[in-house]
Design a protein around this ligand. Sequence first.
Ligand code: HEC
Length: 180
Amino acid sequence: MSNTSHNAGHEEPHTGPIKTPKQMAWASVVSFVAPVIVIIGLVYSVTSQNKPAADAANPELAVAQRIQKIGTIEIVDANRPARAGEAVYKAQCAACHDSGAAGAPKLADSGAWAPRIKTGYEALLTSALKGKGAMGAQGGGASTDLEIGRAVVYLANAGGAKFAEPAAPAPADAASAPAK
Ligand code: HEC
């Protein structure tokens, strides 16, 4: 008895919104055909965009460009000749120290440099290598510590210091590196 009323109570909800063959046809279009069209569209947009122009003369290069990772790491060749302080400064420091961006002491602004120069070359080098305030670490990137040292000397001397340019690599490095 309770069984019968139970089943009867569930009869009604099983009749869905699809009642005619026409509705059935529309339902199948929407649920099967439309997603397929969307997927074809997605595949097309993914495969047709952002492709480096195929280089017919050099297919290997074209493949290498397509599969290259987004970031690249520049390995510094420890044996290449160290760049001069001014070159390093122009490449890596001028962006902030020419304009005074983010409160950087400007090149040749002796008023701004005098109190810093008093702390000594080693302290300034440490700041440049490890970072200080708004200045990020300059060491460990595209430049060797020696080059950062030369840039510090270039910058500080322009601001009134009389630091000697760091020239010789540490003895341990000199022993392992080929003589230049
Ligand atoms: C992103 C901007 C920025 C770049 C790039 C930058 N600096 Fe700086 N630098 C600053 C700022 C800002 C300060 C002041 C930091 C403070 O005193 O809080 C500063 C301070 C310094 C000081 C003084 C540190 C001290 O102890 O007083 C030295 C030396 C220096 N920079 C050298 C360099 C050298 C060399 C480079 C390039 C290799 C360089 N900076 C690149 C922003 C920069």
